[in-house]
Design a protein around this ligand. Structure first.
Ligand SMILES: Cc1cc2nc3c(=O)[nH]c(=O)nc-3n(C[C@H](O)[C@H](O)[C@H](O)COP(=O)(O)O)c2cc1C
Ligand code: SF4
Length: 421
């Protein structure tokens, strides 16, 4: 199993991991599966919103927008047909927690998407799977079919009069397709490029239908909260960061895996008590939080609590929940080269700040690698990075400079050492 127990031993989101296989819907039901959906039907939409509010659930796709707020906005009854999406693109390097949910608890994801469909009065929903996860398509389609047979999907679900069904789409291997509107373009068979906003997808999304899109984990957590009750979920966590989070930890740690951890433990505890410490007893040099678009965090900040608020106070963030650990042997310059090469490859080219920015970054980082850069090149990285952040068309370009900007903030001496002046 790729998800390892840890000393905090809290299992709410991951309660069913290792407990059943994708074609064993009866086992899922025995484990209390579909209770969240029943609670939503029995107690109604306002109850769901109240529970999500108490739980403090923030979107787990990276932007951390409060889920209750997104869902409340969608409860207005509309004359037009609506649509819901489960974003399983998971293209952010170092992020692999949605994969575990899809593989180890697919019915909970289906249940969460059905609850989201109920909230949005949608008839149809889609799971958008990243291309590399196409191997899961058959399993998900089997789980959907079995859910239909048991009356949890299809016409008149559980006798409530609510009709809802789910399709699975496969992506085509572009990171930018995780962005909501690019994902929809891709589902519509077009090139996966972000749309101009407004209109936002909430009012005109898939095939122009008002569309609500959520991350895999957000949907699974929503189903969990309705099942166990928000007050139970809220027994864990710290301050306003309530409950638990699935993290994917990788890099130079002894036990890279997906873990469920309570918000509020420190970054140091995550490395030492959860992921088994740094390989070969080396020292941590830095972490990267939230995937390759996230900030680098130097070892001096390891006692920071893993909460939204503590990290935001330092201009850092949880993002997708990925944590990459780099030990003392890692060169920051080599690392930012890897990060920028990824964006250079993935930029869709639609807007100038991102397309040209990542290209300019590549040239300067290559100069740093070849020891031909000047200190003024580092100033230029700052200037271009600020421009990319402020003026790029979508989140890809707005965050592509983050690793480099944080490298300059925390590792300026190492970058200066690589210059010729
Ligand atoms: C370039 C880019 C890639 C993204 N990739 C993903 C992804 O793979 N999965 C995901 O859930 N959200 C991804 N997002 C965030 C989504 O746009 C969106 O905020 C999220 O899916 C909303 O769901 P949530 O509120 O449940 O987090 C990405 C955003 C950008 C800009
Ligand atoms: S920011 Fe980058 S990925 Fe996004 S639209 Fe512009 S070029 Fe494309």
């Amino acid at each position: 199993m790729r998800t390892i127990n840890n000393k905090f031993n809290i299992k709410m989101i991951s309660e069913n991991f290792g407990q059943y296989k994708y074609n064993e819907i009866d086992k899922y039901i025995e484990l209390g599966g579909f209770t969240g959906l029943k609670v939503a039907f029995e107690k109604g939409k306002q109850h769901v919103i109240e529970e999500l509010k108490i739980s403090g659930l923030r979107g787990r796709g990276g932007a951390a927008f409060p889920t209750w707020q997104k869902w409340e906005g969608g409860t207005r009854e509309l004359d037009e047909e609506t649509f819901v999406i489960c974003n399983a693109d998971e293209g952010e390097p170092a992020t692999f927690k949605d994969r575990e949910l899809l593989l180890q608890d697919p019915y909970k994801v289906i249940e969460g998407l059905t609850i989201s469909g109920y909230m949005r009065s949608a008839k149809t929903g889609a799971i958008y799977l990243r291309e590399e996860y196409t191997y899961m398509k058959h399993q998900l389609e089997t789980a959907i079919e079995l859910s239909r047979k048991k009356g949890y999907l299809g016409k008149n679900i559980l006798g409530t009069g609510f009709d809802f069904d789910i399709r699975v789409f496969s992506g085509a291997g572009a990171y930018v397709c995780g962005e909501g509107s690019a994902l929809i373009e891709s589902m519509e068979g077009k090139a996966g490029k972000p749309r101009l906003k407004p209109p936002r997808i909430g009012s005109k999304g898939y095939l122009q239908m008002p569309t609500q899109s959520n991350n895999v984990e957000s949907l699974a957590v929503a189903a969990t909260i309705l099942k166990i009750g928000a007050s139970e979920y809220a027994k864990h966590g710290y301050g306003d960061s309530i409950g638990t989070k699935l993290i994917s930890i990788c890099g130079n740690v002894n036990k890279p895996a997906v873990y469920e951890i309570p918000f509020g433990i420190t970054l140091r505890q995550i490395i030492e008590d959860v992921a088994g410490g740094v390989e070969d007893n080396k020292k941590v040099k830095f972490l990267q939080l939230g995937g390759v678009s996230g900030p680098l965090v130097p070892a001096s900040l390891l006692d920071t609590r893993y909460t939204y608020e503590d990290l935001w106070d330092l201009d850092l963030g949880i993002g997708s929940g990925a944590i990459l650990v780099a030990d003392e042997d890692m060169s920051v310059i080599e690392y930012i080269k890897l990060a920028n090469d990824f964006f250079h490859h993935e930029s869709c080219g639609k807007c100038i700040p991102c397309r040209e920015g990542v290209h300019a970054y590549k040239k300067i980082i290559d100069k740093l690698i070849n020891r031909t850069a000047k200190k003024s090149d580092i100033d230029y990285l700052l200037e271009v990075g600020a421009l990319m952040k402020e003026t790029s068309f979508c989140g890809l370009g707005q965050t592509a400079a983050t690793p480099v900007l944080k490298a300059i903030k925390y590792f300026k001496d190492e970058l200066y050492t690589a210059t010729i002046d």
